[in-house]
Ligand binder design. Sequence first.
Ligand code: SF4
Length: 240
Amino acid sequence: MNPENVSEKEIRNIYRGLRERYGEAPEPSEMTGTEYLVETILSQNTNDINRDKAYDKLNEKYGSWREVENAEYEELVDTIRIAGLGPTKAERIQEALKIVREHHGENFSGDEAYSIEFLNDLPVEEAKAWLTGIPGIGPKTAAVILCFHFKMPVIPVDTHVYRISRRFGLVPENASRKKTHSILDEIVPDEIKYGFHRLLITHGRETCKAKGHADNENCFERCKYYREVIKGGKNPEKFI
Ligand code: SF4
């Protein structure tokens, strides 16, 4: 269902506009899928700075994923403590590594035994189901990993995507995040989902911020506030 009746053409126009403003979407980082998975677990309920510090400490302390999996639990908790929720995250990281290793059986050794690159060969829904089988990896986290690392056609709804989708009238004003996800999933063509998502985030960070409104060439006619208040002179207090 597409309650706002947003056409594919309109979505493609927005995507073109985003690329004109910000260039092509950035490519995924050079990290491996497992590095990204572990980093994602560390990032839960903390900021990027503390996540990065914890990840660096993990790398300094252990030389391989096998060492992390077999690490003494209290020591691992202590190593990643700065990211918060140390006991939970240590348990989740070791459990995730165990699941990945057991998935491969005896077929690989070294860090290959901990690789999740095989998800690349699965359909999106199967890859999502596999990831959400790991304790602590919910649908949202799985979508983040599949989008940001694997470049799969999924759209995680973070704070920027959620805000702009409503401001652009892509979803109803009162849509929940879950609803926003299912609508975007339906109306954004698969082959542009990755770029569309990454550039919406850029638009949210650089122009369409949570507080206040930009008044510049990076705003979109698609935005009702821009059309009616900024361009149209309507009293912002009367803006609905
Ligand atoms: S006016 Fe500009 S900053 Fe404000 S919601 Fe519209 S696009 Fe975003």
